[in-house]
Design a protein around this ligand. Structure first.
Ligand code: UDP
Length: 238
């Protein structure tokens, strides 16, 4: 087994990561490429929980903006995360990896419902579990779901996959003088209201002493680099 810096991890993928260059939807090639990275990490001996968002398909706030009930919109958003997880589950299966999808929102004819006991058992057995359906509650996000599942699974770290290789002092696309942080304290991340994760997710990770590693998933192999303690990323801890 390779020398991994983080053995049991929670990988958080935004829904947008699955859309690739499209504004919306699921790009099977991108799902396949990310599945390749997950499979490679699995082969190194990592135990991997995966939370995928739903922003490529639906966000609860969209309905609210039209004056419709937020809770209904959030239910639709959570269903979107289930669709993304099913796409990833099939991509993993095609690569020989069995991964249960355990949903925070019960959709029993589609996949099993999350319980901590089941999830721990499946993670120990298969070393790969998907956590769709968010927390199962409206008004939360899948970032918060990631922090929650990481705490429940006893993960060593949350690996937050984005399109940028860490957290910057300013938007690097707009400001060429923007600097990437190597490390940040939770308090600093919360006080600066950094939008890379929501405050509830930062607070939950802080309270459970789980570091958050922000890295870019755009380059193939980036996940392995992060797991090995190499690669460009920002570590939020402390
Ligand atoms: N959502 C929710 N409760 C949760 C997680 C998600 O209601 O615990 C809904 C919410 O409407 C959110 C949508 O699911 O907008 C998609 O999740 P998110 O926006 O976190 O996805 P991402 O930005 O990661 O693609």
């Amino acid at each position: 087994m390779a020398d991994l810096r983080w053995k049991r991890v929670l990988v958080k993928l935004s829904g947008e990561a699955l859309a690739g260059s499209q504004a919306m939807g699921i790009d099977p090639d991108v799902v396949g490429r990310i599945a390749d990275d997950l499979v490679a990490a699995h082969a190194l001996g990592a135990e991997i929980g995966v939370v995928i968002g739903g922003g490529n398909l639906f966000r609860g706030a969209w309905l609210q903006q039209q004056g419709t009930d937020r809770v209904t919109g959030d239910h639709m958003g959570m269903l979107a995360t289930v669709m993304n997880a099913l796409a990833m589950r099939e991509a993993l299966a095609a690569r020989g990896i069995r991964a249960a999808a355990l949903s925070g929102m019960p959709v029993p004819s589609v996949c099993d419902t999350f319980t901590q006991r089941d999830a721990r058992a499946r993670l120990a057995e298969d070393r790969m579990v998907l956590f769709p359906g968010g927390t199962g509650c409206p008004f939360f996000t899948t970032d918060t779901t990631a922090a929650l599942r990481a705490a429940e699974m006893g993960c060593d770290a949350i690996l937050k996959a984005t399109n940028v290789d860490g957290i910057y002092t300013a938007d690097p696309k707009k400001d060429p003088s923007a600097r990437r942080y190597e490390a940040l304290r939770f308090e600093e991340a919360i006080a600066r209201d950094l939008k890379v994760l929501d405050t509830a997710a930062f607070a939950l990770a802080r309270d459970n002493a789980i570091p958050i590693i922000v890295f870019s998933i755009r380059e193939p192999g980036a996940l392995i680099d992060v797991l090995s303690g190499r690669g460009r990323a920002t570590v939020v801890a402390g």
